[in-house]
Design a protein around this ligand. Structure first.
Ligand code: NAD
Ligand code: ZN
Length: 248
């Protein structure tokens, strides 16, 4: 029997155009909990409420309280981990073409990755829905200490984080790019995603269809383990640096 790590290292060594697809799992070791595996404070807030667009329209204070009391500090204090850094290094070495991510934490960019397509937006940017003014999340964090929900300083309009809520459609540009870089890769490296919902779920089959190899890194099973050429069970921060060693 093949050792999956050994096989994956050979696939990475042989690949010339890797596309990485990352989910919440890659940031878990940076202290940002996944929704499903959430513990502590994060659990006191329900993603079905703070991440739902209808709920946000009805009661924006719920999101902003979650932002004020939980999310802001977790994201502001998070630093890229060895997994993010390994992907950035793969890009520098010319092996990795792009990262497609469902994460909204900006940690790939903080690690030095340049080509990052964010399917769910980025929580560090905040927009006024009425006049289009944009705000940094540190400034809005100051504001929500005394004003809930926060209002636009310029026009008094409603503020919303630049993230895709449940019930909203994905940004078309990022979606197109995700499909294009998957259709043109020779290895799709999936990290920390359950691969249960689209478009995540459509990328591995697309990669296989164009003849690319698929490597999955996850601490637990995913919906597509059977489709993977190699499935590596374990934390991204340990496994990705081991794959990098093979990348020359
Ligand atoms: P998900 O469906 O992507 O699941 C996370 C996966 O990561 C699970 O399969 C889990 O087994 C795996 N995992 C956990 N720790 C890991 C580790 N150390 N190494 C490798 N794999 C690990 O994510 P979700 O939590 O259900 O979130 C759904 C959506 O919510 C995301 O797609 C994202 O948009 C948003 N979200 C973003 C962040 C972030 O930006 N960091 C965090 C939580 C949720
Ligand atoms: Zn405004």
């Amino acid at each position: 029997m093949h050792d999956p790590l050994d096989l994956a290292r050979r696939l990475v060594a042989a690949a010339a155009r890797i596309t990485a697809f990352t989910g919440a799992g890659i940031s878990a070791e940076s202290g940002i909990p996944t929704y499903r595996g959430a513990g502590g404070l994060w659990r006191e807030y329900d993603p079905a409420k703070f991440a739902d667009i209808d709920y946000f329209r009805e009661d924006p204070s719920y999101y902003w309280r979650f932002f004020r009391d939980v999310r802001y500090r977790i994201v502001a204090e998070a630093r890229p981990n060895a997994g993010h850094l390994a992907l950035a290094e793969l890009e520098r070495r010319g092996k990795l073409e792009a990262i497609v991510t469902q994460n909204i934490d900006g940690l790939h960019q903080a690690a030095g990755s340049r080509r990052v397509y964010e399917l769910h937006g980025n929580t560090r940017a905040i927009d006024c829905l009425d006049c289009g003014a944009t705000y940094d999340f540190a400034a809005v964090h100051e504001q929500v200490r005394t004003e809930l929900p926060p209002r636009c300083r310029a026009c008094g309009g409603r503020l919303k984080p630049r993230v895709v809520f449940f019930g909203e459609s994905l940004p078309e540009r990022a979606l197109k790019a995700a499909t294009a870089v998957t259709a043109s890769c020779d290895l799709l490296l999936v990290v920390g995603s359950t691969l249960q919902v689209h478009p995540a779920a459509s990328l591995p089959p697309l990669a296989k269809q164009v003849g690319a190899r698929v490597v999955i890194v996850n601490v637990g099973p995913t919906a597509m383990d059977d489709l993977a050429d190699a499935f590596l069970e374990g934390p991204a921060g340990t496994i990705l640096p081991q794959l990098l060693e093979a990348a020359g």
